[in-house]
Design a protein around this ligand. Sequence first.
Ligand SMILES: [Cu+2]
Length: 396
Amino acid sequence: MRRSPRVLWLVTLLLAGAGLATGLHIVLAAHDRTTGVRGDGKVFGSAPARVFTEDYDGPPVVGDELTRVPALAPLQPGNRTHHIRIDIVPQDIEVAPGVRYTAWTFGGSVPGPVLHVREGDRVDFTMKNRSASTVTIAQPWASASPFLADLVQDTHHGPASAVMPMPHSMDFHAGPVAPDDKWRIVMPGQSIEFTWQANYPGVFLYHCGMAPVLQHLAMGQYGVVVVSPRNGYPTDAEVARSYVVVQSEFYLKPDEADDGMSVLDFDAAMAKRPSQVVFNGNMQALKTTPLVANAGERVRLYFNNVGPSDGTSLHIVGAIFDRVYYEGNPANAMSGMQTVQFGASGGGVLEFIAPEEGMYTLVDHEFADAQRGAVGYIEVRSPSGAITHTSAMMAH
Ligand SMILES: [Cu+2]
């Protein structure tokens, strides 16, 4: 068993988690929770989270609103309540050519599923910590969610089931709630249910909040929630194509006990020296499968820079961000930006007009990070969608 050397520190972390969880429960008892709807439609306050055990071994991701990057689910008209499940499952995945590690994931991939809701929607969320059992992530459950159907098509991760018992939690940046209640620690085999209201539009991070958070983020526990504005963005009618792009860092080193695998290099994470910086969870994701647009189209990116510890200077070689809604809020509109900066966990909606046929490069203009992998291609075809032009790929 290649993981036997890790058993000791896993047990140590489990004990630390149990101690922290007990502390949180004491804090919870002192809270008074009231529910209120404000005049502007925002809701603050919801029922306490419920931690329980369930005999559930079904699909790890359930909900029509959940997709795999770069896809975004369509929205139904009006406000609604979304009943979604995203379980925690460890998976062996590849993040760069020849670099595989046992990721801690939400739903089976890094990043986890993209959730799309509308401002004012409610999310009824369920999550089971299945880190102690083997979970098959795609088949036979592809119909449970577009995310799982998309994952069957994934050509980059090459996921394989893994077991790594560990306490985890879920923190939705999109949900303003008491973190010591909703984001509480869930032990292996336990489940949690809670509700939150999408009060603000934006492109929000979600992630595990178990200490040390740096470790759980670096291991792959993150994804994004897109909350579309109640009244849309001013440019909605002009947008021809939309994509979700998530930037994140990995801190990996070869596993001395297994020459086929890598493991977390926590010293490198503390020193902010990533081994890879990638778009959509894999160094090759947007290189071998470029985003596509036709010349003249307005293209929208829903972007989040996860970190866990580094910012980004997002740029497209050959294009200008015609309109940017910083953090994804239509009130934060900016125009004509060459480069947009995002700190760790920051996001936004960025639009550009595809100038003419050719191959464009999405890049973190902090070029040490581009060297580490933060490069993706946007293939712009002719206005009719035909490819009539062959270009040499720029070297980055
Ligand atoms: Cu975690």
